[in-house]
Structures are given as structure tokens and as C-alpha cells.
Write a protein that binds this ligand. Structure first.
Ligand code: XUL
Ligand code: MN
Length: 345
């Protein structure tokens, strides 16, 4: 079975130190080179970057210095047989982005966010990728009346156009999340993201990255969200993970909370021939805080192993029998067929 035709990617934030809002880090920081070595040893070909993962302290450097450092990173990746998948401008950690970037009420902060995003485009191109991921982290509100949602929607669209304008080849994958760190985000779902993209200066260059947990947090089914984007030819990356209901963004191992939901996601990727598009499968998962440092890559290995098992389940799904159930409108029989298929060895 050619399950190996999928390309897998990780980001350095997937090897975290276990800090949460109630407790400090419990594991030593993982040096960037160790992230790359982990990627190689677990069979991940792509590296996902926040702009300053690739070029630390990029705000203190000239644009030319930023490009030089990103080019050096590209060579480092190539030496290990790795490639960059995407770059995301990290607006949410900087002091200037405290109230959001593109939708900040402070015009100086908005100008900074656009400049920083243009630097992220430079970083992406120097790393050899044309993909910018836009996770609109603090583009929203905790106090609804603090921002004007009409103006904010226009500002989000304007930011997309600035990024598209930075280079004719650059593509944007919007990664919507309905909440966290904000209470309500301005681009909370795939529908919002695709609607904005359709109104942009070049709709062909705006697509989406779907994270399973983000869809669940919006009360939506990740596989249907994927189907919606795939039907439009807009699914340019995925962050597969899981989420145990409506709470904080848990980034659990793929399938850990809802194995059938994970199967449905794999099924829709298979049905669309996602692997053949060359787009990556990322697992935006984090190790439990309880996990010892020397075993803190298991969440990535497990997510990938479960994904590959579910690819086999999708390929061995009894399609003919399922079609008979559907033709007879016997959805109870279909339910049983799916459950028994998932339980079969
Ligand atoms: C946040 C999230 C981010 C993005 C990249 O919830 O998923 O890690 O994937 O910035
Ligand atoms: Mn993500």
C-alpha cells in the first residue's frame, strides 16, 4: 500500500516544554537542530516555520540580513534532506501585537504587522517555499465593543492583499481558529477564510490550512470542513490533531479523542487524492505536560502511525456494501458497517 506517498511536516512548537497557563516549563527547550533531527528520524520531510523560528530576532536585522539567514537555514534543511513547508508571521508574541496586528486599534501596530508580514514573505522565498500561513491569532476581541467588526473585516482583507502584493508567486493559506487567545476571532471558520480569499486581489493565491481542533472548537466537523475546501481546490495544508470537546485548544494526538472523526478526515483526504497534490500532512500536536523529556516525541510518532493505519482503513473500506446500504437508505446498517470496519483487525 503506497501510504508513503503522503508527505509529513512538523513545526518546532510541536516539541514544546510543557508550559501551560497554570504552570511553567517542565522540560528543557529543544534546540532547533534537535527538532530537525527528530523530523528526520520520524520520517517528516517538511518543516513548518514561524518567521522567527527561521530567523531569530528578525526585527533587529535589515531585510538583507534576514534573507541571508533564511538562505543559510535553507541550506541546513537541504543538508538533512528536509524542505520548508510554510512560514507564518508570528504577530501574536510581539509586544506591538498585543491587541492584534492587522486589526489593532493602534495604526502604528497595524503598519508594523504589515511590514512584519512582508519580512515573512522574504523569509519564505529564501527558504524555498511560496506558502505563507496566516493564523489570525489576536485578530479579534475579548470585549466585543472594543473593535469595529466591519472595519476589521476590511483590514483583514487589506492584509491579505499586502501579502499577495509582496511577491507574485506567494500563496496564503489561512488557518482559522474561532477563539484562543481571543474570545471571538474575526476569521473563525474555513467559510470566512475562503470568502475573504475570494474577495482578495488574487483569489487563486488564497487557500486554507485546516486544523482539526480548530474546526471542532467552532462546533464543526473537520472532515466536512476539509470537504468544503477540497471541493474548491483550496486545501493547501492540514494540521491534524484532536480535541476533547469545547475547551482550550488541546492539540491532542490525531484520533485520541474521536477515532471515527479521524477516520472521516483521512477518508475525505483519500477521496480527494490529497497526497497526489504534494501538499503536506502536518500534525499540530503537543506532548502532555506529564511526559518525560526523553519520551516527548511520542505524540508525533503516534499521530503519524494512526494516520497511516487510518489510510489503510480508508482503502479497505467496503465500498460496495456501503453503497448498498445507502441505496436502501439503511443508514443503521451503514453505521454498523463503519463501526465494525474500524474495529476489525
Ligand atoms: C495555533 C496554531 C498555530 C499555527 C501556526 O493554534 O495552530 O500553531 O498552526 O502558527
Ligand atoms: Mn495549527
Amino acid at each position: 500500500m503506497a501510504t508513503s506517498s503522503y508527505r509529513f511536516s512538523i513545526g518546532p512548537w510541536n516539541l514544546g516544554q510543557g508550559a501551560d497557563p497554570f504552570g511553567p516549563p517542565v522540560r528543557p527547550a529543544v534546540p532547533f537542530d534537535a527538532v530537525l533531527d527528530t523530523a528526520v528520524s520520524l520520517g517528516f520531510e517538511g518543516i513548518q516555520f514561524h518567521d522567527d523560528d527561521a530567523v531569530p530576532d528578525l526585527e533587529t536585522l535589515t531585510p538583507a540580513q534576514v534573507v541571508k539567514q533564511a538562505e543559510a537555514m535553507r541550506r541546513k534543511l537541504a543538508d538533512k534532506g528536509l524542505v520548508a513547508e510554510f512560514v507564518a508571521p508570528r504577530l501574536w508574541e510581539h509586544a506591538r501585537g498585543i491587541d492584534g496586528g492587522y486589526t489593532s486599534n493602534d495604526p502604528a501596530a497595524r503598519a508594523w504587522a504589515l511590514e512584519r508580514s512582508k519580512r515573512a514573505v522574504d523569509v519564505a522565498l529564501a527558504l524555498g517555499t511560496d506558502l505563507i500561513v496566516m493564523w489570525p491569532a489576536r485578530e479579534g476581541t475579548a470585549v466585543r465593543e472594543s473593535k469595529n467588526p466591519i472595519e476589521a473585516s476590511r483590514q483583514m482583507l487589506a492584509a491579505i492583499d499586502v501579502i499577495l502584493g509582496a511577491h507574485p508567486k506567494i500563496r496564503i493559506a489561512i488557518e482559522p481558529k474561532p477563539n484562543e487567545p481571543v474570545d471571538h476571532a474575526f476569521v473563525p471558520t474555513i467559510g470566512h477564510a475562503l470568502a475573504l480569499g475570494a474577495r482578495s486581489a488574487d483569489p487563486a493565491r488564497v487557500g486554507v490550512l485546516i486544523e482539526s481542533a480548530h474546526a471542532i472548537l467552532a462546533g464543526l466537523d473537520p472532515s466536512d470542513e476539509m470537504g468544503f475546501a477540497l471541493a474548491a481546490g483550496k486545501l493547501w495544508s492540514v494540521h491534524l490533531n484532536d480535541q476533547n470537546g469545547l475547551k482550550f485548544d488541546q492539540d491532542k494526538v490525531f484520533g485520541a479523542a474521536n477515532l471515527r472523526g479521524a477516520f472521516d478526515q483521512v477518508r475525505v483526504l483519500e477521496a480527494a487524492g490529497y497526497a497526489a497534490t504534494g501538499a503536506f500532512v502536518g500534525f499540530d500536536v503537543k506532548a502532555h505536560r506529564t511526559q518525560p523529556a526523553d519520551k516527548a516525541t511520542a505524540h508525533l510518532a503516534t499521530s503519524k502511525a494512526i494516520f497511516l493505519k487510518l489510510v489503510e482503513k480508508a482503502r479497505s473500506y467496503p465500498v460496495k456494501v456501503a453503497e448498498q446500504c445507502i441505496a436502501a437508505r439503511d443508514y443503521e446498517a451503514l453505521e454498523r458497517l463503519v463501526l465494525e470496519h474500524l474495529l476489525s483487525c
